[in-house]
Design a protein around this ligand. Structure first.
Ligand SMILES: Cc1cc2nc3c(=O)[nH]c(=O)nc-3n(C[C@H](O)[C@H](O)[C@H](O)COP(=O)(O)O)c2cc1C
Length: 160
């Protein structure tokens, strides 16, 4: 089984998570920024990690483009998604808390699109907090990543 970790990142946090995933995955895998992905990259791999920063309650455009442009190539592929996001509790803004509850985050929307494309989620979406807006990732995020990738490795074994 071959894997590809697709990410997009402005300040480097989502890239950092993507690198950790690739390092910890127990299958052969590569890492690619979303703006460099081709249809062949999707077709020749079996498993994908898709990671986006949350911006304006959603995934960023380069990630959306990959999911839309190569829609049919994702059919029956195994996938897991994650996002990076600001910690709403730390920001402590009533209006932002309301907006986030109402409009959500990137990864749940990535999952929705992937399912629509016929991909198979091996796990529900994951998320990791960054400090402020530019990061770095919180220490808890690193613990989360290693726990989450351990689950992903187990699920991949179960899926052959
Ligand atoms: C323009 C902009 C919009 C953002 N919108 C959200 C948001 O809706 N929800 C959230 O939790 N974080 C939001 N953030 C924080 C980002 O999620 C954070 O910058 C990102 O996780 C950093 O990832 P990166 O280093 O890979 O770019 C926003 C940040 C910027 C700059």
């Amino acid at each position: 089984m071959k894997g590809l970790v697709i990410y997009y990142s402005y300040y480097g946090n989502t890239k950092r998570v993507a690198e950790e995933y690739q390092k910890l995955l127990e299958i052969e895998s590569k890492l690619l920024s979303a703006d460099a992905v081709t249809e062949a990259d999707i077709l020749e791999n079996d498993f994908f990690v898709i990671g986006s920063p949350t911006r304006a309650f959603n995934m960023v455009k380069p990630i959306r483009n990959v999911l839309k442009k190569y829609k049919s190539a994702f059919k029956d592929k195994l996938v897991v998604s994650f996002d990076t996001r600001a910690d709403i509790v730390q920001i402590n803004s009533k209006i932002l808390t309301f907006m986030v509850k109402r409009f959500g985050y990137a990864a749940e929307k990535i999952d929705k699109l992937l399912v629509k494309n016929g991909a198979k989620l091996i796990e529900s979406h994951k998320w990791y907090f960054v400090k402020e807006s530019e990061g770095p990732l919180t220490n808890e995020s690193y613990v989360g990543i290693s726990n989450d990738v351990a689950i992903v490795n187990r699920k991949l074994k179960e899926n052959g």
